[in-house]
Design a protein around this ligand. Structure first.
Ligand code: BG6
Length: 286
């Protein structure tokens, strides 16, 4: 049985003791750096060399077994949102994933392959590829004897200059449920701007979403495949105050653009079937 340390790749992957003494990995490529915790297979950092971090991390986050990390990329599986008596957003973000393999192929990228500890009915593999961009691929295989239904979401928190100044583009004409009003709408504008708490689930949204940020002078690109849902979330003032693991003012500097398959786009796999959700994030100067 390999230990985490056995997965180190000199100059590329370093295992270290992260916050809360949780095991973590630091990844280095010629273009970028990344940081990933084994707890939740949670990416807590991705940054292009010489650039500003793409991912937002809350300074108030917990780093404890049994609690989710706030910021970065929580892996949401097998359900999205609340379930009575169960962990919000599923148990994947609370699990200690197995690190199956680390690879440094000749193209200069670094790949980390995580797997959820063995379940009887399904297998979940998560491959994180760090290069000039960050690519995450979550693959679920039904290894059981009956149909298996689930939701997935890569709940990505992005670092931004100021929430009031950014624009999110790529969702015009897309139907969404406003989770705060409990009503359905169709996105009318070419871009979304933020002036209050925002919690929307866009459905049938397979295209690339852009976060245009005049203050940080960049556009973040979120491209995906195998995803029909996009969640756009900012907690604004009161919800930020209510969340114990989130700073009261941090909502200014983050926005979540989450890619997955939730609600009506939950996935059902017959025995032996497999499905993959793939998300790539990148940034360009504005
Ligand atoms: C978003 C939901 O995806 O996650 C919000 O749309 C929720 O309703 C947010 O508040 C954060 O959830 P949690 O469980 O990480 O606090």
């Amino acid at each position: 049985m390999k230990t985490l340390k056995d997965h180190e790749i000199p100059g590329r992957v370093t295992i270290f003791s992260g916050k809360g003494d949780l095991p973590a990995m630091r990844v280095e490529t010629e273009w970028s750096t990344a940081e990933i915790y084994q707890h939740g297979a949670h990416i807590t950092g991705f940054q292009k060399k010489g650039g500003i971090p793409l991912l937002f991390m809350s300074g108030a986050s917990d780093f404890h077994h049994g609690k989710p990390i706030r910021g970065g990329v929580p892996v949401i599986f097998p359900w999205f949102g609340g379930r009575e008596g169960m962990a919000a957003h599923g148990f994947a973000r609370l699990a200690d994933w197995d690190l199956v393999e680390t690879l440094a192929p000749s193209d200069g990228s670094v790949r980390l392959h995580f797997r959820l500890p063995v379940e009887d009915e399904f297998e979940v593999d998560y491959i994180v590829t760090v290069a000039a961009t960050l690519t995450m691929e979550l693959t679920v295989t039904n290894t059981g004897a009956a149909d298996f239904s689930f939701e997935t979401c890569l709940h990505t928190y992005f670092q931004i200059g100021v929430i009031e100044n950014i624009e999110v583009a790529g969702l015009q004409g897309v139907r969404y449920r406003d989770e705060l009003l409990g009503e359905d709408f169709t996105e009318a504008g070419a871009t979304i701007r933020f002036t209050a708490e925002t919690d929307r689930v866009y459905q049938d949204s397979a295209g690339t979403v852009e976060i245009r940020d005049p203050q940080l002078q960049r556009t973040i690109l979120v491209s995906k495949s195998g995803s029909k849902s996009t969640v756009v979330w900012n907690p604004w003032i009161e919800k930020s105050i209510r969340m114990p693991d989130f700073g009261d003012d941090e909502y200014h500097h983050m926005v979540c653009v989450e890619s997955g398959n939730v609600g009506e786009h939950a996935i059902t796999l017959a025995p032996g079937e497999q499905s993959s959700l793939k998300v790539e994030i990148d940034s360009l100067p504005l």
